[in-house]
Design a protein around this ligand. Sequence first.
Ligand code: NAI
Length: 256
Amino acid sequence: MDIGQLFRLDNKTALITGASSGIGKHCAMLLSQAGAKVAIASRRIDQLQSVVDEIAQLGGQAKAFELDVTNKKSVTKCFDEIAQWSLPTIVVNNAGMSINRKLLDQTEEDWDRVIDTNLKGCWLVATEAARHLAATNTPGNIVNIASILGERVIGGVAPYVISKAGVVQLTKVMALELARHQIRVNALLPGYVITDLNREFLLSEAGQKILSRIPSRRFNNLEDLNGPLLLLASDASTAMTGATIAVDSGHLISGL
Ligand code: NAI
């Protein structure tokens, strides 16, 4: 057995949603380096072009597609366009957002935006992908980016916490129903990952307080996600479905 090939994604196409920044962009670059053709999708196609260019410079193949995960018509249209290019057998549901407000200050609009993006969006994209795969008897692999907040709670982001708990259950129910179509569905639960958006906060005094509650006393870097992402995206995880993998330097087990 060639262990070097275990995590390779040659001759596969992967779709990554919300790939214009942060974890999604990192994931697109990573899966491309592992040999996959990558379809990257987000609301603003102009913001994706630099990612396409970066991947091309490194010798990979990528194409940008416009996608609003909250809108069924947009999801259907995007999938039809991607499938014409190359049907993705790996789908990473990464698009997500949060609104930071106390429970009693959250508005109905806040609730709808967060739940629609994180939970409904994940469901729309995953089921559309599964329909395309099932219709062509093609085995596939869906990776949902949830969060440790799918399993533990903090204040100030109620719709986010609830949406991610929903993604965890969605992962399991999809794994159950799609196994007969040879489609695997697993979830990654990152703890705090340092990205451009949160770097300042995580390095602030408030961020350092959070750090003191993480057993390994470290926030995650984007690179910490590489191994777990490649495991779930590749055939190395052939026997895994319905699994939830925390990548959090022990944050979940701290109970704090
Ligand atoms: P980010 O804000 O850099 O990335 C989110 C991406 O989703 C962006 O590209 C954005 O354009 C896209 N997006 C938002 N709404 C969309 C929509 N309606 N349709 C299509 N695309 C849309 O944030 P980050 O940190 O990279 O987060 C990525 C995922 O990882 C999210 O699901 C987030 O909840 C999750 N996560 C992040 C953690 C962190 O500490 N950064 C920790 C745990 C989970």
